[in-house]
Write a protein that binds this ligand. Structure first.
Ligand SMILES: [Zn+2]
Length: 378
C-alpha cells in the first residue's frame, strides 16, 4: 500500500548498531554515547502485521501459497492472543528520580551525532515509577510518574504513528504478556514507556531522511524503549524484531554471526522485507519477525525462500531455548521449538543442497569462500 503521509514511513529504530551503511558489516555493539541511530521502517503497519492473510508481504508468493497446503497451519501457527492487562504481575513498585533524555529546542542542523547529543538532547532528572514483573526477577518496567498517573486514571488514547488512527497507549500491565511471548523473556532487562516521541528522531531525520521520521520502539543494551506506543496488532512483531537483535548480540562470538554474513552474500533472491537490505543486523531482525511471528505462512515462506539464513537463525534460537528454564516455557516456547525442529529436519538439508548447487557454478572467489564456509558450518 502506498504511504499516506511521511509519518507512516517509520515505526521502529534499532539503536544498538553503529552501522549506517547498508553494504557494510556492522560492528560490535557500543555505548549509546558514541553510536548514531540505525533506522528502519515498515512497509505498511496493517499489511505487515503478524497473522495477516498475506503474511505482511506484498505480492504474497505463489510458492508460499503452494506450501501452505502441504504444511499444517495448526502445527506452526502461533496463538495471536488478545491483549490482556496483567496488573497482578506488576510487583515491587518504586518511585525514584532518573535522568531521561529529552529533545531540546535547538533545531539544528547538527554536524554530527556528537553535536546532536550535546546541543539537541537534554538530560532531565525525572520522577519515574518502576515495576518489577512477577516471575521475571531481572525485568523492570519504568515510566515517568506523571504519565503513570494519567494511565492510572484510565485508558490514554493517542494517535498511532503507523496507522494514523487513535488507539490505546501501552500501559505497564500490558507488557507481562508480551514479554512472556518472547522466546527468552529475560532478554529485555528494562522497558521504558515514554509519552514523548523518541528524542533522537530529529537526528535520524537529518542524517537519513528529509522529513517525518517517527519511531515507536528502540533497543540498546537490553533496554527496550517504547515511544508513544499503542496496543496495535503489530506491537508484538516490533518487540520480536528488537528481541531478535538482542538474540544476535547474545551470540555475537558464535560462528553463526560470520556464517549469517556469508549467507546474506549468497542467498540474495529474497528479502523478508525491503528494510532487511540495510545489512546483516536488519536481515537478522526482520527474518526473525517471520520466523517467530504468529503466521505459519510467514514462517513457511521464510523456510522456502531463505533456507540458509533460516537454518542459521533457528540453530541460534535452539541454543537460546535450551537456556530458558522450563518454568518460563509457555505454549509459545513450545511452538518456537517445534518450528526449530522442523527447520533442522526439513530445511537444513535444503540449505545444504542450495549451497552445493551454488558452489558448482560460482566463479567469484569471495562468494565461493562464503559458500565453502557455509558448506562446513551448516
Ligand atoms: Zn532493527
Amino acid at each position: 500500500m502506498p504511504f499516506k503521509t511521511s509519518q507512516q514511513f517509520i515505526l521502529f529504530v534499532c539503536l544498538i548498531l553503529a552501522c549506517s551503511n547498508a553494504c557494510a558489516r556492522d560492528r560490535l555493539p557500543q555505548s549509546r554515547s558514541t553510536v548514531p541511530a540505525d533506522v528502519g521502517w515498515t512497509t505498511d503497519p496493517a499489511a505487515a502485521g503478524s497473522g495477516t492473510a498475506n503474511g505482511g508481504i506484498k505480492n504474497f508468493s505463489a510458492t508460499a501459497a503452494t506450501i501452505r497446503s502441504t504444511v499444517s497451519n495448526l502445527t506452526f501457527e502461533i496463538p495471536n492472543y488478545p491483549f490482556t492487562p496483567r496488573a497482578d504481575r506488576l510487583v515491587d513498585c518504586q518511585l525514584k528520580t532518573e535522568t531521561l533524555s529529552l529533545r531540546t529546542d535547538d533545531k539544528g542542523p547538527f554536524k554530527d551525532y556528537a553535536e546532536f547529543q550535546a546541543r539537541g538532547l537534554a538530560k532531565i532528572p525525572t520522577l519515574v515509577r518502576s515495576y518489577g514483573v512477577k516471575g521475571l526477577s531481572d525485568v523492570r518496567i519504568v515510566l515517568p510518574e506523571a504519565y503513570a498517573k494519567r494511565l492510572d486514571e484510565g485508558q490514554v488514547i493517542g494517535k498511532d504513528p503507523g496507522t494514523g488512527k487513535d488507539s490505546q497507549r501501552v500501559a505497564p500491565a500490558d507488557l507481562p504478556q508480551l514479554i512472556d511471548e518472547m522466546p527468552d523473556p529475560r532478554y529485555f532487562k528494562r522497558i521504558l514507556i515514554s509519552d514523548n516521541g523518541n528524542p533522537e528522531d530529529d537526528w535520524v531525520t537529518q542524517s537519513y531522511f528529509s522529513k517525518g521520521f517517527v519511531s515507536a520502539t528502540a533497543m540498546i543494551d537490553g533496554e527496550l524503549f517504547l515511544y508513544k506506543s499503542n496496543l496495535t496488532d503489530y506491537l508484538r512483531r516490533d518487540l520480536m524484531h528488537e528481541w531478535g537483535h538482542e538474540l544476535r548480540y547474545k551470540y555475537w562470538n558464535d560462528p553463526v554471526r560470520d556464517l549469517f554474513h556469508d549467507a546474506v552474500q549468497v542467498e540474495t533472491q529474497w528479502n523478508p522485507r525491503q528494510y532487511a537490505a540495510r545489512g546483516d543486523s536488519e536481515q537478522w531482525a526482520v527474518l526473525g519477525e517471520k520466523l517467530l511471528g504468529t503466521s505459519a505462512n510467514d514462517f513457511v515462506e521464510a523456510c522456502d525462500r531463505a533456507p540458509i539464513r533460516t537454518t542459521l537463525w533457528m540453530m541460534t534460537l535452539t541454543k537460546c531455548l535450551n537456556n530458558v528454564p522450563k518454568p518460563l516455557w509457555t505454549v509459545d516456547q513450545s511452538k518456537y521449538a517445534a518450528r526449530a525442529k522442523y527447520v533442522e529436519k526439513k530445511v537444513r538439508g535444503k540449505a545444504l543442497d542450495s549451497v552445493v548447487a551454488m558452489q558448482r557454478v560460482e566463479k567469484d572467489p569471495a562468494r565461493l569462500d562464503s559458500l565453502n564456509r557455509l558448506a562446513k558450518g551448516l
